[in-house]
Ligand binder design. Structure first.
Ligand SMILES: [Zn+2]
Ligand SMILES: [Zn+2]
Length: 258
């Protein structure tokens, strides 16, 4: 029996009428993760160990700020994160500073020779280290990491329920399919969790579901455009009034499109 704690949200997401139940799951998880980071732990220096080390990606710094939930807590998270990361960076610079200063006094002849041969210098070596440091800082995010772990559990449970619970399987088959980002994630995860037979069955089912729903959304967005023709002025919008944001979501997952 898989953990119930993950089964309930997965089941609930498939009860929602939406373009992608995994988007519904992930959006909820993302909101909860933002609230957790801005909760009481943000005020305790001891619990900020991981946020000091990783920080957040661009999307999640932005979400943490625009939530306006605990700006004091967020300022403390920023405070210790910057202190720790800048101390590491300063140490790296101090170690190379003398050699960079000596590069800055390179004579005209060696200067020209180095430029021609693209010789590595103390300065280029420092810049390589600095950009590597900045790249890895930009690539880390405590919220993305937390979400990846839970999403993996959700996928595991989703596949388990798909093959154990007929009612759930029918719910998936009658859903509107997935956004392309989660379709891709589902395939990668399915390869990890399913046996050969299950993987083939799931691929057939999901591809049918996706193709049908991509045709459906294409019809909807086409009808949206056709409604601008004066001959269709009085015709019903059918399901197309919000077809543009829904189609974008179908491609790139949830965002601020509505
Ligand atoms: Zn999605
Ligand atoms: Zn992130």
């Amino acid at each position: 029996m898989k953990e119930k704690i993950y089964m309930i949200p997965v089941n609930d997401a498939f009860n929602t009428n939406c373009e992608c139940p995994v988007c519904t799951l992930e959006k909820d998880l993302e909101n909860k993760s933002i609230e957790f980071i801005l909760g009481p732990s943000s005020m305790e220096p001891d619990t900020r160990v991981t946020t000091n080390e990783k920080g957040f990606c661009r999307r999640h710094w932005q979400m943490l700020y625009t939530r306006r939930m605990n700006v004091l807590g967020l300022s403390l998270v920023l405070d210790t994160h910057i202190q720790i990361q800048m101390n590491l960076y300063k140490k790296m610079f101090e170690k190379s500073k003398k050699a960079i200063e000596s590069d800055s006094n390179t004579g005209a002849l060696s200067n020209l020779a180095n430029q021609v041969t693209k010789k590595s210098t103390a300065t280029t070596r420092f810049i390589d280290d600095a950009t590597q440091f900045l790249d890895q800082l930009e690539g880390k995010c405590e919220i993305c990491d937390r979400m990846d772990t839970t999403m993996d559990r959700y996928f595991d449970v989703l596949f388990w329920m798909y093959f154990k619970d007929e009612e759930f399987r029918e719910k998936v088959k009658n859903s509107k399919g997935f956004c392309l980002r989660h379709y891709n994630m589902l395939f990668k995860s399915a390869k990890k969790y399913l046996s050969t037979r299950q993987l083939a069955q799931f691929t057939l089912d999901i591809n049918t579901l996706m193709m049908d729903n991509m045709d459906r959304i294409l019809d909807e967005v086409q009808w949206f455009a056709q409604k601008f023709d004066h001959r269709n002025e009085k015709a019903s919008w059918k399901n197309s009034e919000d077809a543009v944001p829904r189609t974008i979501e179908k491609f790139v997952s949830y965002g601020n499109f509505k």
